[in-house]
Design a protein around this ligand. Structure first.
Ligand code: ADP
Length: 272
C-alpha cells in the first residue's frame, strides 16, 4: 500500500487482518461444533443397542414368559445388538486410524477383474439371504491392471455391495460394472432398491449420516461405511460419486489408477 493517505492505509490493513482472524475463528467454531456433533452421534449410536440389550436381558432374568422359546428369541435379539456394537467399534477404530494416517496405502499392481470376482464370490451367500441377484457386468478385457491398495479396495467394494443389500429390494439385482477409461478404471455398484432423495446426496458420505428411510427401516448400520469408503478412495487420490433416484435405485462409482504398462516384451536399458 502506498497512497497519499497513511491513515486510510492503516485502516485497510487492520480490516484485512480482522477479516483473516474472523475466518480463523469461524473455522475453529466449525471444528468445535463438528466435535460436539461427533460425540453426541457416537453416544446415540451406542445407547440404542445397549438399551435394547439391557431390556432383553432383564426380561429373561425376570422370567417374564410362559414359553421358553420366547426367552431364546430375546437372547438372540440381545446377541444381534452385541454384534451391532462390535461393528460400530470396528468402524470407529477404522475411521480414526484412516484419519490419523495410521493406515498407509500399500500400493500394489493387480487385475481389477480378479478382485471384483473374488468379492462377488465372497458376497454370494449374503446376496441370496437377501434374495438379491449379484451380477458382474464385465465389459472389457480381463487383464486391466490397476495400482491400488488391494485390501482397502476390497473393503470399499464390500461396503458398497453390502449397502446395496441393506437398501435393495427383495428379488432385485445388484450389478458391478467395470469401465475402461483413459488412465483410470471406473467401478460401479448399482442396485434397484429404495434409492436416495436428492436432498440427502451431498451429505451421504458424512460420518454417521443416515437418511430418514434407513433409520426408520431399522436396518443395522453405523452410518460410517460410506465415510470409510470416501476416505480410502481419496487417500488414493481418486474420486467417488453417487447417482440415485428415490424409489428406483442407486449407483455408486469410484475410479482407480491403471497400472502403467511396460511395452511388451520389456527391453532392459543397457548402459554402455
Ligand atoms: P449405514 O451403516 O447406515 O449403511 P453408510 O455410511 O454405509 O451407513 O450409508 C449412509 C446412509 O446412506 C445409509 O444410512 C443410507 O441412508 C444411505 N445409503 C447408502 N447406500 C445406499 C443405497 N445403496 N441405497 C440407498 N441408500 C443408501
Amino acid at each position: 500500500i502506498n497512497s497519499a493517505d497513511p491513515i486510510a492505509d492503516v485502516e485497510l490493513e487492520v480490516k484485512a487482518w480482522a477479516r483473516e482472524k474472523k475466518i480463523e475463528i469461524d473455522e475453529l467454531r466449525k471444528q468445535e461444533q463438528f466435535r460436539r456433533e461427533f460425540l453426541s452421534n457416537i453416544s446415540h449410536e451406542f445407547k440404542t443397542p445397549l438399551f435394547a440389550i439391557q431390556g432383553y436381558i432383564e426380561a429373561v432374568r425376570d422370567d417374564r414368559f410362559e414359553d421358553k422359546e420366547m426367552a431364546t428369541q430375546f437372547l438372540e435379539k440381545a446377541s444381534k445388538n452385541v454384534d451391532r456394537l462390535s461393528y460400530l467399534i470396528k468402524d470407529l477404530d477404522e475411521i480414526s486410524k484412516l484419519e490419523s494416517g495410521e493406515m498407509p496405502i500399500n500400493y500394489t499392481k493387480f487385475k481389477i477383474n480378479d478382485l471384483v470376482r473374488e468379492v462377488l464370490d465372497e458376497m454370494e451367500m449374503k446376496a441370496s439371504q437377501h434374495d438379491i441377484k449379484l451380477i458382474f457386468k464385465q465389459k472389457y478385457d480381463d487383464n486391466i491392471m490397476v495400482t491400488a491398495d488391494r485390501e482397502k479396495i476390497q473393503q470399499v467394494m464390500v461396503n458398497l455391495i453390502d449397502n446395496s443389500f441393506k437398501y435393495g429390494k427383495q428379488g432385485g439385482n445388484t450389478s458391478v460394472s467395470i469401465f475402461n477409461l483413459h488412465d483410470q478404471v471406473l467401478i460401479e455398484v448399482t442396485d434397484d432398491g429404495i434409492g436416495i432423495e436428492e436432498k440427502y446426496l451431498p451429505r451421504l458420505f458424512e460420518r454417521f449420516f443416515r437418511t430418514e428411510q434407513s433409520r426408520s427401516r431399522q436396518i443395522g448400520g453405523s452410518g460410517l461405511g460410506l465415510a470409510i469408503v470416501k476416505h480410502i478412495i481419496e487417500a488414493h487420490q481418486q474420486t467417488i460419486n453417487v447417482r440415485s433416484t428415490a424409489g428406483l435405485g442407486s449407483t455408486f462409482g469410484f475410479t482407480l489408477q491403471k497400472a502403467k504398462q511396460l511395452p511388451f516384451p520389456a527391453i532392459p536399458v543397457l548402459n554402455s
